[in-house]
Every structure is written in C-alpha cells, then in structure tokens.
Design a protein around this ligand. Sequence first.
Ligand code: SAH
Length: 225
Amino acid sequence: MRIDIITIFPEMFEGPFSESIIKRAQNKGLVEINIHQLRDYTTDKHKKVDDYVFSGAAGMVMMIEPVARCIDHLKSERDYDEVIYMSPDGEILDQPMANTLSLKGNLIMLCGHYKGIDERIREHYITKEISIGNYVLSGGELAAAVLVDSIVRLIPGVLGDETSALSDSFQDGLVSPPVYTRPREFKGWKVPDVLLSGNEKLIADWKLEQAIKRTKKRRPGLLDD
Ligand code: SAH
C-alpha cells in the first residue's frame, strides 16, 4: 500500500510514523508513506496557501491552486483508489471503514487548515471525506495520523499473532472482553478463575459472554446491526 499525505505541517507526522507498528510496517515494506509539503506546489515567492474567505466572514481558506497542482502531480504518476479529505463533516471513521481502506492500493489524504479548503476541491478532486469524530481540530494532520494507524495495522503481516487485529474490539461487532496478565493476585484482586483453568471451551464461552455483556453496557448500538 502507498499513502500520500498533503499537508502544510509535515513535521506533525514525524512522531506518529516513526514509532511502533507504523514504523515496523514501513521498514518491512508493507506500506510506503509519503508526506508532501503543500507549499512546494505554490508559485509565488511567499509560498502562499491560504486566502480570504469570500462573503466577508472571518477566517482564511486553503487556496485551490496549490492543492489542485499537488493532486494533479500525484495522479499523473499513478492511479489512486481514493482521494480523501479529512473533514469534521465527513463520514465518521469506524472499524468497517478502516477494514475496507486497508485493502486499497494507493490513497491520497489531504489535511485542511484554517476554515477548510475551497469547496471546488471537494467537488472535483475528493472522492471520500472522513471525520474522526464530531469535534473540530485545528488541522487534518492528527486526524490523518489516526486514519493511517487504523488502516496500516490491518495490512496482512503488519501485526504479529500476539497483537492480532481480529480479536480487537469491533471486528466481530462486539467490544473486547477484559484482559489480564501476571501476577494472578495483586492486593487481593484475583484474575477470574476460568482464565487459569486451561479449559479452552470454558475460556472461549467466558470471553464471548463478557464481550456481549460489555457491548450491551458500553456500545449498545453495535448490537442493533
Ligand atoms: N470550518 C470547518 C473546520 C475547519 S478545521 C468546519 O466548521 O467544518 C480545519 C481542518 O482540520 C479541516 O479542514 C480538516 O482537514 C481538519 N479537521 C478538523 N476537525 C476534524 C475532524 N473531526 N476529523 C477530520 N479532520 C478534521
């Protein structure tokens, strides 16, 4: 998989993409992430990427030309499955969406700033708009980093057995059951006996029962589907 991110703050990705699973995925060649500085696609000497919003309202808008030039350039080199704009009013990211995107080949992710991007980019270039929740961030970078993490960990070979994505919350429409490690007892708080029983059938039943119980309590909406 190849991911191209368009941003005016490339450094914001340095931390998230140079540690842990995302780092390992890149080192293994399972994903290639390229960060593009939008200012490199400007033509004026001040490398201007924003302009006043028409209508006299307060705030700046990301200009159409640099974004168009950058996307055109990327598209001239390869085909993309999706050109994604990170947007608070986009489709809310969830596990099924991450699963679907993890099967794609090439993705562009555009990070907005200020009041957002010129609407004509959304109309003519963007094929998918994604939000990471109903709240407003100051830029699309943190949202794109969240999206990348949710996708990349699902690419086959990225996670080892010990962190298998299939047993995570939401994959089977349920949240995850509680987990424990050593010691068996801490301050008198005990690990449930069944988990130490060695009886695989009993353990599987317990996990399912716990997952259903938790889902009912914490995410009842999941049980409606
Ligand atoms: N004026 C816009 C918000 C702009 S926030 C509005 O009211 O809808 C600036 C940028 O941050 C956006 O262009 C978008 O790329 C990003 N952003 C903000 N909140 C986000 C969210 N919840 N999910 C994804 N991207 C978000």
